[in-house]
Design a protein around this ligand. Structure first.
Ligand code: SF4
Length: 347
């Protein structure tokens, strides 16, 4: 591959020679010139191209790291699959199950780094962080919990704390009075009834103040290793778009979705679907044109199908310009490590 940098600092011209680079797609049959904005700042691009990253994918996604690792579905393939599905009418339950499992495998490959986005060291911290995350973002909760847990490390400390002081710490999250009240009531119950230990059973967790089924499943799945599906707003929306359920009620969504998958994938499926909902399958404008499961989704076309338009909707580490962050995730960096390195993990 001949690389010929143009004189403009942030624009380079790459010339691909197919006799040197095997692109594995029939795409460039001729050596071709290709302009990439800001390519001087794209780490590892040359290596990726030399290893055979597909230029058609890189062209349709401004983030070349994402382009290399995300499954690429052409608009034509996706449109044909959607038309086939419409012609076939209602799918059999076996077909829905097979399709759902295939989708899960692709999402697992797309987001191998998907984990709970709330920071925690133990079940108590996760329980408190999840209760605090109501009506705010995980990023905001993660900015508050280090101070909260440094000041009041365990349930006993929080139960005995001055309520004004707790309110002051959680103030950035909004609804700070009721949030402070909730977590102190939670601390009291955990101390009084469970000897300061978070119970590891759904039936006990849901009796704690401020803890519903969603919070209980988050704690069970991520702190106790008990499989659970977390039906939040993203999960519910995607499960409906993917044709896994028609229900709106989270408990019914959970029932329909858990019937499609073995328990061992429930927790990771929750993370993967939530990641997909935050990064690609947005509520208002899903980025269908760059979606790795476009040919398996009955709702393909709810958002822009033109890849050039869709790629502008990508968020978080898939966004153009965030190649370094995605690369670090793909190489196993944790969210805390990334923050310590100065990366911003919000959209
Ligand atoms: S982005 Fe579009 S194609 Fe992908 S899952 Fe969402 S609705 Fe379906």
């Amino acid at each position: 591959m001949a690389i010929d940098r143009a004189s403009t600092p942030c624009v380079a011209q790459f010339t691909f020679d197919p006799s040197v680079v095997d692109f594995s797609l029939p795409h460039p049959t001729e050596p071709r010139a290709w302009n990439i904005k800001s390519c001087c700042d794209i780490p590892g691009l040359e290596t990726r191209l030399t290893r055979g990253a597909r230029p058609s994918m890189i062209e349709t996604m401004d983030n070349p790291v994402a382009a290399e690792h995300i499954r690429h579905v052409t608009p034509d393939e996706a449109a044909k699959a959607a038309a086939r599905r419409r012609r076939a009418g209602e799918e059999s339950s076996l077909s829905v199950t097979r399709r759902a499992r295939k989708i899960q495998r692709i999402l697992a490959e797309t987001y191998p780094y998907a984990v709970a986005e709330l920071d925690f060291d133990d079940a108590w911290q996760l329980l408190v962080a999840t209760v605090l995350s109501a009506q705010t973002t995980d990023v905001r909760v993660n900015s508050v919990t280090p101070i909260l847990f440094a000041t009041y490390p365990g349930p006993q400390d929080l139960a005995e704390a001055e309520s004004e002081s707790v309110q002051e710490i959680v103030r950035p999250l909004g609804f700070y009075r009721s949030k402070a009240r909730s977590i102190q009531a939670l601390a009291n119950r955990v101390v009084d009834e469970y000897n300061g230990e978070v119970p590891g059973k759904l039936k006990d967790l849901v009796t704690l103040p401020g803890v519903g089924r969603k919070t209980a499943n988050v704690v069970l799945g991520n702190a106790f290793g008990v499989p659970g599906v977390t039906v939040d707003t993203h999960f519910g929306r995607l499960a409906r778009r993917l044709g896994w359920t028609t229900q709106e009620d989270p408990v019914k969504v959970e029932k329909d979705v858990t019937a499609l998958f073995p328990p061992k994938v429930w927790t990771e499926l929750s993370h993967e679907l939530i990641y997909h909902g935050r990064r690609i399958c947005h509520s208002r404008k899903p980025a269908c044109g760059v979606c790795p499961i476009a040919d398996l989704c009955p709702s393909y076309g709810e958002g822009p199908t033109d890849p050039q338009v869709a790629r502008k909707l990508l968020a978080y580490e898939l966004k153009p310009g965030r190649e370094e962050l995605l690369d670090r995730y793909m190489n196993g960096a944790t969210r805390r490590e990334l923050r310590a390195e100065g990366h911003t993990l919000s959209a």
